[in-house]
Design a protein around this ligand. Structure first.
Ligand SMILES: [Zn+2]
Length: 288
């Protein structure tokens, strides 16, 4: 604040006389400026006018700055939550995938540590374009693990799409020209693409051609891909023909293979469902 000369004081008094004071404001007798009752700091200042002389415009006090900062933070938080919600709706196309979260993990599968590690090292995985190939027997929790990664990254505001080839092929069917290119390009917008259950689709020449173009465009845009499959690593390494070979080669080049072995968790779930069902319908349970 510049020295309070008689000239400046006159400018201040003239300005404040025409000013409407807000609630929680007062004019301090010492300098004649509008002040904040809460923090005591001025809400008015004096500067040189570019046209000569002085002017005494409004300024913000620390509590107004703090209030504005909090308002902006709350707005950013709200927008982020909205973005995450929208991304989830877009990225998890099947409703059941919402339940594939670390919170729903029973902690019995040691392989889940790899999912936590992947999420924790996501910035590096993204930068270095490192994906995962989850392979092994049916019902060993590959989709669950991939879904947990999807949900955890979506919560961190990362654009993820978890889908499968039958869904993509159905979408592509009858789509040509610019629409087709636009759809394929839209897959490149996701930082992580998860293709669930590779190998379950019908292997027509058309399907294989589309699959290759998707895997290849992912490869070329240098963004990570996670694939789950019931195929054996040996089947992936020794494909039946060239059409499969060029798809699998691309996947094996960028995706770290993780073997799922042992217990079939779906059978486990089925067993516990049966056990629960038995308890519910058993006569002993009726008194509860
Ligand atoms: Zn204040």
């Amino acid at each position: 604040m510049m020295e309070l000369t008689e000239e400046i004081r006159a400018v201040i008094d003239k300005t404040t006389a025409a000013m409407k004071l807000g609630e929680g404001e007062y004019i301090a007798p010492a300098d004649g400026l509008v002040h904040c009752r809460k923090c005591g700091a001025p809400r008015q200042t004096v500067i040189r006018s570019p046209f000569g002389g002085y002017i005494a415009p409004r300024c913000v006090c620390p509590c107004q700055q703090e209030k504005e900062r909090r308002r902006r933070e709350a707005e950013e938080r709200r927008q982020r939550m909205e973005r995450i919600r929208r991304r989830k709706a877009q990225g998890l196309q099947d409703r059941y995938l919402y339940g594939y979260t670390f919170a729903h993990d029973n902690g019995e599968k040691p392989v889940m540590a790899k999912a936590h590690a992947y999420v924790n090292h996501w910035p590096q995985a993204f930068k270095k374009n490192i994906g995962l190939l989850l392979f092994g027997d049916v019902g060993t929790g590959k989709s669950f693990l991939a879904g947990c990664i999807a949900n955890a990254l979506l919560e961190r505001d990362v654009p993820v799409l978890m889908t499968n080839f039958p869904t993509i092929l159905a979408r592509l069917c009858g789509t040509f020209g610019e629409d087709r290119t636009a759809f394929l390009n839209s897959l490149g917008d996701y930082d992580l693409l998860i293709i669930d259950d590779l190998g379950a689709e019908r292997n027509t020449e058309y399907a294989l051609e589309q699959m290759f173009s998707i895997i290849d465009s992912r490869y070329r845009c240098k963004k990570p891909l996670i694939v789950t499959t019931n195929l054996k690593l040996d089947e992936l390494k020794h494909p039946p023909d060239l059409a499969h070979a060029r798809i699998y080669d691309r996947i094996l080049e960028r995706c770290a293979p993780i073997l799922f072995a042992g217990k079939n968790f779906r059978e486990d779930n089925a067993a516990s469902t049966k056990a629960a069902a038995r308890r519910i319908v058993s006569p002993d349970n009726q008194k509860n």
